[in-house]
Design a binder for this molecule. Structure first.
Ligand SMILES: [Zn+2]
Length: 199
């Protein structure tokens, strides 16, 4: 299931075929953060059920209109690339679609980043670097690590302050129970948890 390239000095990452098709079938508008999160959670479940990655998904939407830019999923196992988290996949594809590394840049609509839990240490940094101005998460507590065993890394305890300092609006605990239900289903499925350091 790993992808190999002729040129070892080059890599590329793509969403699985089912997720591309699901993106093409999304409604033209998901008007509320709850509606956007519900879709992100649906993708997170499909990703592990179909064996294409971990139970993580993220979406970029136009905040005012609810127009989806892209919903992406975790691809670590498929590519054997540890940074292929849902947030990195989604922000990168959104930036490719919008045509800029800065999703908060001039002349653009305001974008909202919707993730099915608080981003890990790496993805918290990726969120700040993306220029996005709005973050919606399903939860931020230890439940994710407790249920799944994934090590989310040393996110600073002042993460909420750091978001605010950079003008990033935060909405937390959106469909928390629904997100946790997917983590429970993942944990009960017995699938592999790919931390760099086990135990
Ligand atoms: Zn991450």
């Amino acid at each position: 299931m790993s992808h190999s390239h002729e040129n070892p000095y080059e890599f590329s990452l793509a969403l699985p075929d089912w997720a591309i098709e699901e993106n093409q079938r999304l409604p033209s508008s998901l008007p509320t953060p709850e509606a956007r999160m519900a879709e992100v959670i649906r993708f997170s479940r499909l990703n592990f059920e179909r064996g294409t990655g971990g139970p993580f998904a993220a979406g970029v939407f136009e905040k005012a209109t609810g127009k989806p830019v892209v919903i992406g999923v975790n691809r670590v196992m498929a590519y054997q690339i540890s940074s292929a988290h849902a947030e990195v996949m989604t922000l990168s594809i959104a930036q490719q679609i919008v045509g800029t590394y800065d999703l908060g840049g001039p002349g653009l609509p305001e974008f909202e980043f919707v993730v099915n839990w608080r981003p890990c240490a790496m993805c918290f940094g990726a969120t700040l670097w993306s220029g996005i101005r709005s973050l919606v998460i399903a939860g931020s507590g230890p439940e994710l690590e407790q249920i799944t065993g994934f090590d989310e890394g040393p996110v600073t305890p002042t993460w909420e302050i750091e978001l605010a300092r950079r003008g990033i609006a935060l909405q937390n605990n959106v469909l928390k129970e629904e997100a946790m239900a997917v983590y429970l289903a993942f944990a009960n499925s017995g699938r592999f948890v790919y931390n760099a350091r086990q135990g």
